[in-house]
Ligand binder design. Structure first.
Ligand SMILES: [Zn+2]
Length: 97
């Protein structure tokens, strides 16, 4: 099941839909279940230096990195992913607090 939220593309400013799914882990390597929205793509992240399943902007195509969606802008905070993420992921160069 995909959960949809709206956010603003950090690049072009368009209001876009972004998705998370059941069992999602940050920087997911596992292919999301069937019925995947077209904007969730296997893309290379400059910040991460790897490819993962990530949301993209439906307007300009730029990736909406997990770091921003889950930890910075907390787009999915209401469904509990932030707490999970904080236990697992150290912030680059500092704490997530
Ligand atoms: Zn955009």
């Amino acid at each position: 099941m995909f959960v949809e939220r709206e956010t603003e593309c950090w690049k072009c400013g368009a209001v876009i839909k972004v998705y998370t799914w059941e069992g999602h882990e940050l920087w997911a390597k596992e292919c999301p279940e069937e019925g995947r929205p077209a904007s969730v793509q296997w893309r290379f992240s400059q910040d991460l230096g790897e490819e993962y399943w990530v949301n993209t902007c439906s307007e300009c195509g730029i990736i909406q990195g997990d770091w921003f969606l889950y930890l910075e802008d907390l787009v999915f905070a209401d469904i509990g992913t932030k707490e999970e993420a904080q236990g697992v992921v150290p912030a680059p160069g500092g704490s997530v607090d």
